[in-house]
Ligand binder design. Structure first.
Ligand SMILES: [Mn+2]
Length: 345
């Protein structure tokens, strides 16, 4: 830790009474955990009239063991028609500050932004993220692409700003780091990541419990879906890909949550330079991509209106499965060829 640090977050929030903390849509572990940790810590500090945690979608079942997860209000279309949803909308519209976590741009906030874009012009927007493609959309931008997870840079920020971190908050922060690094296995995992994780364990976070829940717990739905997807996986010309249709999800009684980390799994084929998982999402195709050195996943995703990290990125593309697969895969092949990679049928 540096000898001198000038607080930036708490001074910005000094004159504010109502805060909304939010994260990207289809939240992953890092998004849910950072949302939970920061909102709980601000609430413990007790300086504000209202601090609310709002997620663009419900908390995935795999993170529903985190204490306090029920405090996260989903801004999902069905819920927004209910009285609880109306209270959530009111909180968003009355917030004087909105803190966005793990979101590379405002579009990643889903309905929160698309239904109320002007709110993000009038409120104080704080942007805390680690995506290199981040559009710096906040009044305060705390963006550090060298952090392996938002929870990594958030832990440092909270320590420096003197925000309370109890054992439950530490546990949530460690979960965000563990999930974004796939258990400290991704190239983004650094000595700094390990130091932050160690500090969180000293504050009471349980790595063993997180590992048990995240990596050693799998539903039968998940197994069925993975079986179906793996049997359809194709490896060709330096690329590996698979798809998930709505029909496959229905047959397995599964949701896209059950496909978490599936793209990382198929990326393990040694003869491939890039892995793609295509999934149907209401008339559009969601593309998750993982790449090896050389091929930049973030650049490839940005070409199709998405974004992400150098080795892990995603986009959602209008079109049919066949059409989107064709366009994305041929662009990936073209890029591999221009990098001088041998690409054979
Ligand atoms: Mn993240």
């Amino acid at each position: 830790m540096e000898a001198e640090y000038t607080p930036v977050l708490l001074p910005l929030l000094r004159t504010v009474k109502r805060i909304v903390v939010t994260c990207h849509k289809d939240p992953d572990g890092d998004a849910v955990a950072s949302l939970l940790a920061l909102s709980a810590s601000l609430n413990r500090l007790g300086r504000w009239q209202d601090v609310r945690a709002i997620s663009p979608n419900p908390v995935p079942a795999s993170y529903q063991f985190l204490p306090g997860w029920e405090s996260i209000e989903p801004y999902s279309p069905d819920r927004m028609e209910t009285p609880e949803g109306a209270r959530t909308r009111k909180a968003l519209l009355e917030a004087e500050a909105i803190i966005c976590l793990d979101a590379g741009d405002l579009g990643r906030l889903g309905l929160l932004y698309s239904q109320h874009p002007s709110k993000f012009g009038s409120a104080i927007v704080v942007n805390i993220d680690h995506h290199p493609s981040n559009s710096q959309f906040g009044r305060l931008n705390l963006v550090d692409p060298s952090a392996a997870a938002v929870c990594e840079l958030l832990t440092e920020l909270m320590e420096r700003e003197d925000l309370p971190i109890n054992d439950e908050i530490a546990n949530a922060l460690l979960l965000g780091i563990v999930t974004d690094t796939l258990g400290f296995r991704t190239p983004a995992t650094s000595a700094r990541t390990m130091r932050v994780a160690a500090a969180l364990m000293e504050r009471g976070a349980s790595l063993a419990h997180i590992n048990e829940r995240i990596f050693n717990t799998r539903s039968s739905r998940t197994l069925r879906l993975w079986g179906g997807v793996l049997s359809r996986t194709r490896v060709e010309g330096g690329l590996v890909w698979a798809d998930i249709t709505s029909q496959m999800l229905a047959e397995c009684d599964a949701s896209m949550e059950d496909a978490d980390n599936l793209v990382d799994f198929i990326a393990g084929v040694p003869e491939s330079s890039a892995a793609f998982l295509f999934s149907e999402q209401g008339g559009r195709i969601r593309v998750s991509m993982r790449t090896n050195d050389g091929l930049n996943a973030s650049e490839l995703a940005q070409l199709f209106g998405g974004g992400g990290h150098a080795r892990a990125a995603g986009c959602t593309v209008p079109g049919t499965m066949g059409d989107v697969q064709g366009r994305v895969l041929s662009e990936a092949r073209r890029r591999l060829e221009s990098l001088g990679r041998v690409v054979e049928g």
